[in-house]
Design a protein around this ligand. Structure first.
Ligand code: GLN
Length: 501
């Protein structure tokens, strides 16, 4: 494997800025790795070869002209296919938008391009980001590079798998109920869900607007922090964007130190029902944090157990409203328009043909939960539970700087294992949903391999709104201590890296 593709984004950016390697060389190495890995992994829906090389050459030209480059200029990135980019189709993993090229860039896309980051392609996902395994994509499943018979998590399995397969050192994910953290956990990568409102949603195809959040994904904590700084910050184009300074995440990652930090272990997230290897690596990570000087206490958040049913009412409700825009009249698929059919029939036929089973299930569920007579019983009750969850968090913040739990109850499950059982699929989000409903910052960091199956385990860290820097303090401290123990980062233990320098 080419040395460039196993390098960190920080070191690639520094090498490009110093003229030790060109952005074009770095990009070509990753495009070659994509060609090599894609037949097994299927992380990308679209590889933007020519466009990526053009972006890379533009970075090289800026450097040649004496311009001071940013820390990630010339570094390749994989963009989840739910953010608009005028240079490639945005499909959201759905037949509904097959081939649709958007007329504008998302704010996040614009900030990436302005920073000189090279977008190499759009990554696979569960259709419209609904799912926990990337099996709901209309374009086939993505496979987990640790074991290609397993899922890479979801909905952002493509972005996480692209990192784990060395197809890019940086990726963008979106997290509505866990779609950055859960894939990070099961692929042994780093995924951060910033505070809700911390990163602009302008140009993000909406799924559940009160929950959707864009965030950085990488193989290392510092790389994620550098990317976080590029994409975060106020955007007048998004009315829920927070007009406050971005937390000092790069500083926190560089000077990661947990001594004196108060860390709460959430009693309700763990124990019975969790895979033994997940439990074991989680406990060991907590012990390690204690040895590193953190003050660890147990906290109880009794309403967290209700997060799953509350989420699976609120999310479908919002998505049933958001997805009404796919009506065959304005953009995307249009079926049955032969001059004899009514507009209503075209809409119905298009939705029948364009949406997959899970999307239809959620639209039906959400429409029902919002309908008159049921609104108070379902949607209204779920919103009250959401408030109780926020109150549980607020009580915990009185005693703790961050909360921790496993990110997922199990390691990566087998492809096909849960596709016939939506509730089993939803359970993969058990630990990630509370922070989504509350709008907190949260992250997943790799903490080892489960002894029973040799698959990655993630530690979830949750922080109060706008305290995203605390995630990086914990993640950075853990990463450094674990690398010492393992003799390198977790991804070094990937089976295919055996024998690679
Ligand atoms: N798995 C959750 C769902 O299916 C979360 C998805 C997400 O965060 N985009 O809704």
């Amino acid at each position: 494997m080419n040395e460039l593709v196993i390098s960190s984004a920080a070191s690639l950016g520094a090498a490009v800025a110093a003229g030790q390697v060109s952005a074009e060389e770095v990009t070509r190495a990753h495009l070659d790795q994509i060609t090599e890995a894609e037949p097994q992994v299927n992380a990308f829906l679209h590889v933007a070869t020519e466009e990526a090389l053009a972006q890379a050459r533009a970075v090289d030209a800026r450097r040649a002209a004496g311009e001071q480059l940013g820390p990630l200029a010339g570094v390749p990135l994989a963009l989840k296919d739910v953010l608009t980019w005028t240079k490639a189709p945005t499909t959201c993993g759905s037949k509904m938008l097959e081939g649709w090229v958007p007329p504008y860039d998302a704010t996040v896309t614009r900030r990436l391009v302005d920073a000189g980051i090279v977008i190499v392609g759009k990554t696979n996902l569960d259709e419209f980001a609904m799912g926990s395994s990337t099996e709901n994509s209309a374009y086939g499943s993505t496979r987990n590079p640790w074991d290609t018979d397993r899922v890479p998590g979801g909905s952002g399995g493509g972005s996480a798998a692209a990192l784990a397969a060395f197809e890019a050192p940086l990726a963008i994910g979106t997290d509505t109920g866990g779609s950055i953290r859960q894939p990070a956990s099961v692929t042994g990568t780093v995924g951060i869900k910033p505070t809700y409102g911390g990163v602009s949603r302008y140009g993000l195809v909406a799924m559940a607007s009160s929950l959707d959040q864009v965030g950085p994904c990488a193989r290392s904590v510092l790389d994620a922090a550098l990317l976080h700084e590029v994409i975060a910050g106020h955007d007048p184009m998004d009315s829920t964007s927070i007009d406050q300074p971005v937390p000092a995440v790069v500083d926190a990652a560089r000077h990661a130190d947990v001594s004196g930090m108060r860390i709460g272990v959430v009693r309700e997230l763990g124990g019975a029902g969790y895979a033994p290897g997940v439990e074991r690596r989680f406990r060991e990570a907590v012990e390690l944090l204690t040895r590193l000087g953190a003050d660890v206490v147990e906290v109880s958040c009794p309403t967290f157990g209700h997060a799953l049913p509350a989420y699976y009412l609120i999310q479908p409700s919002e998505c049933s409203s958001n997805l009404a825009r796919f009506d065959a009249m304005r953009y995307g698929l249009r079926v049955g328009d032969d001059g004899t059919t009514s507009a209503e029939e075209v809409m119905a036929r298009t939705r029948e043909a364009g949406f997959g089973d899970e999307v239809k299930r959620r639209i039906i569920l959400g429409t029902y939960a919002l309908s008159s007579g049921y609104y108070d019983a379902y949607y209204g009750s779920a919103q009250k539970v959401r408030t109780l969850i926020i109150e549980d968090f607020n009580r915990a913040w009185a005693d703790c700087d961050v909360l921790v739990s496993p990110t997922t109850p199990t390691t990566a499950f087998r492809i096909g294992e849960r596709t016939d059982d939506p509730v089993a699929m939803y359970q993969a989000d058990l630990c990630t949903l509370p922070a989504s409903l509350a709008g907190n910052a949260a992250a997943s960091f790799p903490v080892g391999l489960a002894p029973e199956d040799g698959l990655p385990v993630g530690l979830q860290v949750m922080a109060p709104p706008l305290a995203d820097d605390r995630l990086y303090r914990v993640g950075g401290a853990l990463e450094a201590a674990l690398a010492e123990e393992w003799g390198g980062p977790l991804w070094r233990q990937l089976p295919e890296l055996e024998g690679v320098a």
